[in-house]
Design a protein around this ligand. Structure first.
Ligand code: ZN
Length: 173
């Protein structure tokens, strides 16, 4: 079992012990970690699923890698896409994988890593912080145009300084 470092406490999450690999055929843990860390978010490819904090851990069950994934928003249409992305990324590397959905504790935007915040802002999306600033000119004079952005997890904002509209990742705690 290799657990990802979590920015928030993960009460109720009981890691299972990694099992020894008698055959030696499994890829090394570090390689699995590297592969998992590189999977882009299907909805916002500028950040990875690891940046989002949704990959909670993994363990081998027989020859199948079981990856624990916490959905971002319940009912979010991206959930199935996220699970498919994880399974596909591993299968493409010859690793049979299945995703186990972990809904407790629920995902929070606080789990998005600092690197994830930086990537979102560089991509033009204001990260889910309490103080919103323009991702382009970094002005704090901004206002919400609509609660509904290009996806359910984003809202539409506009910068009063440079006039640019931008998406803001909604806080979800
Ligand atoms: Zn601006």
């Amino acid at each position: 079992m290799v657990s990802r470092p979590a920015p928030a406490p993960v009460d109720g999450w009981t890691p299972r012990s990694a099992q020894p690999d008698p055959s030696g055929a499994r890829p090394p843990d570090a390689r699995i970690e590297a592969w998992l860390s590189a999977i882009p978010d299907p909805e916002i490819p500028a950040i990875t699923l690891a940046d989002l904090g949704v990959i909670r851990g993994w363990t081998w069950v027989g020859d199948v890698l079981h990856v624990s994934v916490t959905p971002t928003y319940s009912g979010c249409p991206a959930t199935a896409a996220i699970e498919l992305a994880v399974e596909t990324a591993l299968r493409d590397r010859g690793v049979p994988a299945t995703v186990e959905r972990v809904i407790t504790p629920p995902w929070s935007t606080d789990w998005i890593t600092p690197e994830g915040h930086a990537k979102l802002e560089a991509y033009g999306i204001a990260p889910p912080t309490d103080g919103v600033r323009c991702p382009r000119c970094h002005a704090a004079r901004v206002h919400e145009v609509s609660r509904f952005g290009s996806t359910p997890c984003k809202a539409q904002w506009r910068c009063d300084a440079c006039g640019e509209p931008f998406d803001r990742f909604k806080c979800h705690r």
